[in-house]
Design a protein around this ligand. Structure first.
Ligand code: IVH
Length: 700
């Protein structure tokens, strides 16, 4: 082979390696790939072909060499050149303030902080994975180790090399020795997918992403690790050698005669992280923030607490680090933790407890949900006694049994769920769950259609449980928004048979409501006012309130806009329903089926009789009376009050029962009483029937 050809191959290989690693970075670190998987594969194949042709050009840093082929007999031990420390913990505000005070006092005494200044901190997420130290020599990844006891860890180099976001070769400017410290973790979604695959193959399922990450890293066969979706974020450093200057001596003791290879930004932690990022290391910069003083720290804690549930990975707290490196040096260490840093923990999202029993709950559509009754346990900041088990298949898949010790998870405001059992703790008399065959509330048969995961009570609105849930759904904020019609009251109203359908809600009187448990006169009055207001919902809200299967809030709005009034929707054929944008066959069939039921049509008729008049969607925003509230009083010569109401609503106006400064017009007929007096007092314009018709532009 000619020398020319070999050097041309070397050039192409170098170019491909750089290009592939760039794509790895875009894909695994930035989550923003710029080429297709197929194009990426083509680059990889080309590189493999060239390396096969020129085996002498293969180096350990080549992207083709990430996955070693031979399993290890055991993981070796690695002694950390700089110990891997842990962090002091704070669980409340006082502990954070005490930390800030210690830092402030020490830095002021050392003359590093003015008497009126507060320390600057670098705030990070406390990632819930496992700590790793990566050792780079002359820019090449030489060794990776777990934390172990802080002094000695396990050698996981072969496994770490399979993580695509970890560079095997740092970019220009790397020092002679650089130990990068950071966290290996797994995203929740990836974890769930992995567990599903594990279960399908009859293999071990993991209890949480952290365990899955740890189990994957401690594999003896790196080919298995390579298939696990692990990620890495750098948050610090250990040994650093061979940099210019000598000031950064906490980590930099340059051997005599070492060459200057880089300038280390040694003023701050933040600058150091930026420098690591420039070398090609993944740094979780998105949520990192500088903050000043204890108040700044607490604000960061609160902010991250709010977005915690939306993060793709688990965090168990935040970490505060004094930003200035010279200040860190002065603060030093206690035992095994630095004095310049603090972990501020969130309430744990997972806890273990005993599963005492499994009961079933009947939902609005009759769906039967198994619910775990738990020994009360504090998790996610509240005491949890019930947790959902979703459905029968989930219980089998997770192999949860009554009597088990289970892991319960409550993240953010999400409904608590049972993650899985701790098999080692299963008692001999643990019982399997059996699905009920009759509804525990109404006794109707339970059906589970072929291919569906959900079993349902067939009782429909005959079932008190479904009736209650239907009413609560209708009263909800996205539907009729009837404040005060909550669970406790609905329970009583349904149990006393006072309410059989939604229409009955509108016949409730304040006097009778006041007699119910936990209802005073004031709350009864407020509830009746809220019900009154709910007589003129938009058509979309009313349709949504009916609780038709597959009809969510936005579908309801679309259908309402398309048809304009309830009668048209009730009488629409499936074909006509399919003309609504975004309505597919399942939705059309469901709406059609709903209104084919005589008792559902009866409910709509009964609502009309109770004076419920939905407002057209478009009119509410753009009708000639949009935004104007009317009050009707007395008897009009030609129109009934209902006629007037319908016309006002159709033009986008609202009708209310009481006069206030916000009333646009009072329409007064004969024998108008106190409302007319009030209108005059408040200076609200008064119309008669003709005046109203003029305003509406109708001549009848
Ligand atoms: S700094 C000298 N920063 O928390 C301080 N640790 O409780 C070294 N951790 O073992 C740790 N996120 O595994 C630091 N942004 C972060 C972190 C973090 C997670 C873990 C790390 C460490 C443990 C200490």
């Amino acid at each position: 082979m000619s020398a020319d050809k070999a050097s041309a191959a070397q050039e192409e290989i170098d170019r491909l390696r750089v290009e592939i690693e760039q794509h790895n970075y875009r894909y695994y670190v930035e989550d923003a790939p710029v080429i297709s998987d197929a194009d990426y594969d083509a680059l990889m194949r080309r590189l493999m072909a060239l390396e096969a042709e020129h085996p002498e050009l293969v180096t350990p840093e080549s992207p083709t060499q990430r996955v070693g082929a031979t399993p290890l007999a055991a993981l070796g031990a690695v002694r950390h050149a700089v110990p891997m420390l842990s962090l002091g913990n704070a669980f409340d505000e006082d502990e954070v303030r005490a930390f800030d005070k210690r830092v402030t006092d020490t830095l002021r005494a050392a003359g590093l902080l003015g008497p009126a200044s507060q320390p600057d901190y670098f705030c990070e997420l406390k990632l819930d994975g496992l700590a790793i130290s990566l050792r780079y020599e002359n820019g090449k990844l030489m060794q990776a180790a777990t934390r172990g006891d802080g002094q000695t860890g396990e050698d996981v180099t072969a496994n770490i090399r399979t993580i695509r976001s970890i560079p095997l070769q740092l970019k220009q400017g790397a020092p002679r020795v650089l130990e990068v410290r950071g966290e290996v973790l797994m995203n929740r979604r990836d974890f769930e997918r992995l567990n599903q695959a594990q279960a399908e193959h009859g293999e071990k399922v993991f209890v949480n992403p952290r365990n899955a990450a740890a189990g994957s890293l401690r594999q003896l066969d790196p080919r298995i690790t390579a298939r696990r979706p692990l990620r890495f974020f750098a948050y610090g450093w250990g040994e650093v050698h061979g940099l210019s200057g000598g000031q950064a001596d906490r980590f930099d003791e340059p051997a005599p005669g070492t060459r200057e290879v880089s300038t280390l930004p040694r003023e701050s932690h933040g600058a150091m992280l930026e420098w690591l990022a420039q070398l090609g290391l993944p740094v979780n910069a998105q949520h990192n923030l500088r903050a000043t003083g204890a108040d700044g720290l607490l604000a960061f804690y609160a902010r991250v607490g709010k977005l915690r549930a939306t993060l793709p990975y688990d965090i168990d707290g935040v970490v505060y680090k004094v930003d200035a490196l010279p200040a860190q040096k002065v603060l030093g260490f206690v035992a095994r933790a630095p004095r310049f840093a603090l972990a501020h923990k969130y309430p744990a999202e997972e806890a273990t407890t005993a599963l005492v029993d499994i009961e079933v709950q009947v939902g609005r559509t009759g769906a039967i949900t198994p619910v775990a009754r738990l020994q009360p346990v504090f998790v996610g900041g509240v005491t949890v006694t019930n947790a959902t088990l979703h459905n029968e298949d989930e219980i089998r898949r997770k192999d949860v049994r009554i009597g088990d010790t289970v892991i319960v998870r409550r993240a953010g405001d999400v409904i608590p769920e049972v993650v899985g059992p701790i098999l080692e703790k299963r008692p001999a008399d643990a019982r399997e769950f059996r699905m009920v065959t009759a509804c525990p509330v109404c006794g109707s048969a339970i059906e589970r259609p072929e291919g569906e995961a959900i079993a349902r009570c067939t009782g429909g609105l005959f079932c008190a449980a479904q009736r209650k849930q239907t009413l609560l759904h209708a009263a909800g904020r996205k539907a009729l928004d009837i404040e005060g019609l909550g669970e406790k009251l609905v329970d009583q109203l349904v149990e006393r048979d006072r309410i059989k359908s939604l229409a009955d809600v509108y016949s409730l009187r304040a006097e009778e409501l006041a007699a119910y448990e936990r209802m005073g006169t004031k709350s009864a009055d407020n509830l009746v006012a809220a019900i009154d207001k709910a007589r003129t919902p938009t058509l979309g809200r009313l349709l949504f309130a009916l609780g038709i299967r597959h009809v969510g809030e936005s579908t309801a709005r679309d259908v309402a806009r398309h048809f304009g009034d309830m009668d048209a929707i009730m009488n629409a054929t499936e074909e006509q329903l399919l003309e609504v944008p975004d309505v597919g066959p399942a939705v059309a069939a469901s709406i059609h089926r709903f209104f084919a039921e005589p008792h559902n049509r009866d409910i709509v008729e009964a609502l009309k009789r109770q004076g419920v008049h939905p407002v057209a969607e478009a009119a509410a925003r753009s009708g000639r009376l949009a935004g104007k509230t009317f009050v009707l009083t007395g008897t009009m010569p030609k129109w009934t009050r209902d006629d007037a109401t319908r016309h006002i609503l159709a033009a986008g106006g609202k009708v209310s029962g009481s006069v206030s400064k916000k009333t646009a017009y009072v329409v007064a007929g004969e024998e108008a009483g106190s409302k007319l007096v009030k209108a005059r007092e408040l200076g609200v314009p008064v119309l008669d029937e003709d005046g109203l018709k003029q305003l509406l532009g109708v001549t009848e």
